[in-house]
Design a protein around this ligand. Structure first.
Ligand code: FMN
Length: 174
């Protein structure tokens, strides 16, 4: 849960600036961000809900998901749509371009955390659709990669939880 408290613009700018320093194969810098604040979030919410309805087969359409999409964008003071701009020559693989964007998002997230802001990356069928890509000004070859919600936590800083790192690493020495 995020508090209804505005984020200073210079913090958002610092988050974006740090995102821009992510590593990138071939210096393509494929990350693109659209920052939705204020009333723009309502338009975004309507767009997401209507897109969900339009692209979901009726038999699996869930009215509560539709309603959730109408409301979720208003739960954070800033919603940053994440995009990947494909290099025209496509020499760099799509996988690498997506990984570079994820690095940029992580830089943004770490900067948010350093300023006491919580971040949450969310993907749903509408947020990663080609319709969403077009909505944020991207082209056919590009990808929408979800939404990054950012705001001050409403509660005390939440306790995270992860399974032990030992289960996920192999040390190879000989
Ligand atoms: C690429 C990506 C997409 C995600 N999409 C969703 C999502 O659609 N819905 C959701 O509940 N969490 C999603 N998450 C997870 C949350 O952003 C968050 O990382 C997770 O709840 C763990 O929270 P914590 O890092 O604060 O412990 C996604 C995470 C990533 C990296």
């Amino acid at each position: 849960m995020m508090a209804n408290r505005d984020i200073p613009l210079d913090i958002l700018q610092q988050m974006l600036e740090n995102a821009n320093w992510a590593p990138t194969h071939g210096m393509t810098e494929p990350w693109r961000f659209s920052v939705f604040m204020g009333a723009a979030r309502e338009k975004l919410a309507t767009f997401l809900a209507e897109t969900y309805k339009a692209i979901t087969p009726v038999e699996i359409f869930k009215p509560n998901k539709y309603e959730g999409m109408r409301e979720n964008a208003m739960l954070a003071p800033a919603v940053i749509a994440i995009g990947m701009k494909r290099q025209p020559s496509k020499k760099i693989s799509e996988l690498d371009e997506i990984q570079a964007v994820a690095c940029a998002v992580q830089n943004m997230h770490l900067t948010a955390t350093a300023h006491g802001l919580g971040g949450f990356w969310s993907t749903n069928i509408a947020a990663v659709s080609s319709e969403m890509a077009a909505y944020i000004g991207l082209d056919k070859e590009d990808r929408a990669l979800g939404l990054f919600y950012v705001g001050y936590p409403k509660v005390d800083w939440p306790t995270g939880s992860r399974q032990p790192m030992e289960d996920k690493v192999r040390w190879v020495q000989t």
